[in-house]
Design a binder for this molecule. Structure first.
Ligand code: FES
Length: 183
């Protein structure tokens, strides 16, 4: 009689301890599987940004969808009927409402990179001037060609670029510069 409460107490503690262990183990499993799913997603994002033709990327859309200046998603088949060679197309859709220009090649295709319109002299925003066929910086007059290469200083470096991927009739913008600058 004397020992019964003590026995109950020990067994209750044991049960509580086992429940605690079980809870800890299942939490670890849950968090572990969330973390590994997240890291799989991240590695797929990286793989498909760098190598969009990889077989694992068939149904994966990396980055964000490019939109036109009215915030409508760009449909590649429609865009291809409207673009002209060497005339960049202003798009948005990046985080923080940042903008970029799609580069249009001589063959009227969308290049695999887009230009961020940030002057490499002191960081002013440049804009495409169709009358001059150049990006022009309003601050100190630097100019860049349709691929973002410097044609007039004081800037010395080309405009920064990010990755553009054409997939499933969309243009996906990935905030990673291509492994090799194609310019
Ligand atoms: S910031 Fe563009 S030329 Fe100076």
């Amino acid at each position: 009689m004397i020992y019964l409460p003590r026995t109950q107490s020990i067994s209750q503690s044991r049960r509580r301890f086992l429940r605690y262990l079980a809870g800890g183990a299942s939490s670890s499993l849950i968090f572990g599987s969330i973390a590994s799913a997240k890291s799989r997603e991240l590695s797929l994002e990286y793989l498909c940004s760098r190598f969009p033709l990889n077989s694992r990327c068939k149904d994966y859309l990396p980055g964000v969808q490019a939109q036109d200046t009215q915030e409508k998603p760009i449909q590649v088949d429609v865009l291809l009927t409207q673009i002209k060679p060497n005339v960049p197309v202003l798009v948005q859709g990046l985080p923080n409402r940042d903008r970029a220009y799609l580069v249009i090649t001589e063959k009227q295709q969308i290049a695999p990179y887009a230009i961020r319109p940030i002057c490499t002299h002191l960081g002013c925003t440049v804009a495409w001037q169709s009358t001059e066929n150049r990006f022009v910086c309003p601050c100190h007059g630097s100019q860049y060609d349709a691929q973002g290469r410097v044609v007039k200083g004081p800037a010395r470096r080309s405009l920064p670029i990010i990755t553009a991927i054409v997939k499933q009739n969309q243009v996906r913008l990935v905030e990673l510069s291509p492994a090799i600058d194609p310019r």
